[in-house]
Design a protein around this ligand. Structure first.
Ligand code: ATP
Ligand code: MG
Ligand code: MG
Ligand code: MG
Length: 566
């Protein structure tokens, strides 16, 4: 590609609303442009890198025997009602109506559509196993879109879905995808860790996240440097011994709420807007015994949706419609009910970041706790220091102590069992002639997020440092003063043609800009191999080669540069 025929639009400064380095560099390198909150255009430079990610993912999916398919972005609500996710998914699911007043969603994932296809197409065990994948636009109305493409609302995901005869076979499909994911992230040159993850409501015992290690990651990973143990923090906490769970950190403070009966009173009590910061708390006063009850609600429901009658249905098992049900749930005696409070942290800015545990009891010695999980039941706290599993705790496998690091979730493999096939009545005829529900797995890769994660791991003060695998261009040729020197122009052109002939993604930066601008741009954009051609060295038949990672240049004979690079 000749730069004069391409589109390079670099910025000196990142826009003020960019928070982390990958987001700043993607904007400055002209890879993306913001259109709205969590919504970006992929500019030509960024799109080239995105296509590199897609190509690697596609190759490894095909190699693993998955079959490419393309499912619609816009999906009828009826399918989502079949599985109940239309009701369960909350505000992250973007819904809209068409001109006939029919309900639709924009896919955040596609279990429903793929299961619908399979129940119509796969009839016999002879057709199994099958694994369908797509690389497609997703939309999730994230509560807090941020960090550029890392947590976008519209983003590109690779989603694959396996269908098997038996649980045993499904786990083989799972292992097969797991290995394919390792190849994908190895090829991209990323430093990552596969960690065990919670299977949540779906159950089953297999789920792993692929986490790219980075301090800016939103996730916390718990691992043991002396063994294979690695889990995301939610799972590590869920499995932690009781003793580890009881001391959630010195930052926590218990706050009781005497006399508080309404949400308004609670808001006043906390001097903050609960509705804004912690959507998940409802206070229901009971007129009879004047006890306020704090209800911690799972999901992102609006307060008015979960008040009153609807309450009990929305958020089991953590909500209780009346004090009596709390008493029943915890086996406490009605007489022993005292102030109801919560554990959490009130920050200097008066926001309540964490509502950790519901505390019910008459006094300090009579306290009953029930745990809730950050992220699952409540928004993830802004600060990472409130954790039940701490650095230095014993590893569950007894082989050492735990360490914690931060990660960016770039992939997720999940054994689903028969959850979706049962809900949607998807069966095949097994060898014995009897209908059986498909055993399923689902496997996601954050295709667009990978680019942000790769940059978080690979950059310096001058810009991005791409691996060959992901770089928008592998080589850049920078001719110094090619307008003035025919020799430079000829040498640049000859090298350019030579690289093209070898199938190398090469950019010839023939823009009429000062050399300093060309060099700075190539470093900001992060092209791994750079060849500078100038009159002075060319007189001795030499050009200058520099790898983006290296501090030093190498003088090479112009004729040798091709062999030197590849
Ligand atoms: P997260 O925990 O970051 O919200 P998730 O667990 O909700 O992600 P999955 O449902 O597992 O995401 O989707 C598969 C992959 O899609 C994730 O591993 C991640 O790489 C990517 N992904 C999810 N949400 C986003 C987003 N808002 N923007 C970009 N990529 C995303
Ligand atoms: Mg999510
Ligand atoms: Mg996740
Ligand atoms: Mg996930």
């Amino acid at each position: 590609m000749r730069a004069s025929q391409f589109f390079i639009s670099t910025l000196k400064e990142a826009p003020a609303d960019a928070d982390i380095v990958s987001q700043k560099l993607m904007l400055r390198a002209g890879m993306i442009r913001k259109v709205g909150a969590g919504i970006y255009s992929w500019m030509p430079m960024g799109l080239r890198a995105l296509r590199k990610v897609e190509a690697i993912v596609r190759e490894e999916m095909n190699r693993a025997g998955a079959i490419e398919i393309s499912m619609p972005v816009v999906q009828p609500a009826a399918l989502w009602q079949e599985t109940g996710r239309w009701d369960k998914m909350g505000e992250e699911l973007l819904r809209f109506k068409d001109r006939h007043d029919r309900d639709f969603v924009i896919q955040p994932t596609s279990e429903e559509v793929v299961t619908d296809i399979v129940r119509g197409e796969l009839k016999s065990y002879r057709q199994l196993p099958k694994n369908f994948y797509q690389i497609q636009t997703k939309f999730r109305d994230e509560r807090r879109p941020r960090f550029g493409v890392m947590r976008g609302r519209e983003f590109t995901m690779k989603d694959a879905y396996s269908f098997d005869r038996s649980a045993e076979d499904a786990l083989k499909s799972y292992d097969n995808m797991f290995a394919a994911y390792q190849r994908v992230f190895d090829r991209m040159g990323l430093t990552y860790r596969a960690v065990a993850a919670d299977t949540g409501a779906i159950g089953g015992d297999r789920s792993h996240e692929f986490q790219v290690i980075a301090d800016t990651g939103e996730d916390a990973i718990v691992y043991c440097p002396d063994s294979d143990y690695a889990a995301n923090i939610e799972l590590a906490e869920a499995l932690a011994p009781e003793s580890a769970r009881q001391a959630p950190g010195a930052e926590m403070q218990k706050v009781s709420t005497p006399g508080v009966k309404t949400i308004d009173e609670l808001v006043a009590f906390l001097s903050c807007d609960i509705k804004e910061t912690v959507k998940a708390v409802v206070v229901e006063g009971d007129a009879e015994d004047k006890l306020p009850v704090l209800l911690l609600v799972r999901g992102d429901h609006e307060l008015n949706e979960i008040k009153g009658e609807k309450l009990a249905g929305v958020a089991k098992p953590l909500t209780f419609a009346a004090p009596e049900s709390i008493v029943a749930a915890f086996g406490a005696q009605p007489g022993s009910l005292g102030p109801v409070g919560f554990k959490g942290k009130i920050y200097a800015d008066r926001s309540v970041a964490v509502m950790a545990d519901m505390v019910v009891g008459g006094n300090e010695d009579d306290v009953h706790l029930t745990g809730v999980n950050f992220g699952r039941d409540l928004p993830e706290p802004e600060v990472a220091d409130i954790r039940n599993v701490l650095e230095g705790d014993a590893s569950p496998d007894g082989k050492g102590v735990l360490a914690i690091q931060r990660g960016i979730e770039v992939g997720h493999v999940f054994y689903l069992g028969t959850k979706y096939s049962k809900e949607m009545g998807a069966t095949f005829l097994d060898m014995d002639g009897k209908p059986k529900h498909f055993e399923m797995g689902c496997y996601g890769i954050g295709v667009s997020r990978i680019l942000g994660a790769a940059i978080e791991q690979n950059h310096d003060e001058r810009g991005i440092i791409w691996t060959d695998a992901l770089a928008p261009f592998t080589v850049v040729i920078v001719p110094m003063g090619m307008k003035r020197s025919e020799a430079v122009a000829d040498a640049a052109e000859a090298l350019y043609q030579g690289l093209l002939a070898k199938g190398v993604d090469v950019l010839l930066d023939d823009r009429d800009e000062r050399p300093g601008v060309l060099l700075a741009d190539s470093e900001l954009i992060g092209i791994p191999h750079r060849v500078v051609i100038g009159d002075r060295s060319l007189k001795e038949g030499k050009v200058e080669y520099q790898h983006r990672r290296d501090a030093d240049k190498t003088e090479l004979a112009a004729a040798d540069v091709l062999d030197f690079m590849f």
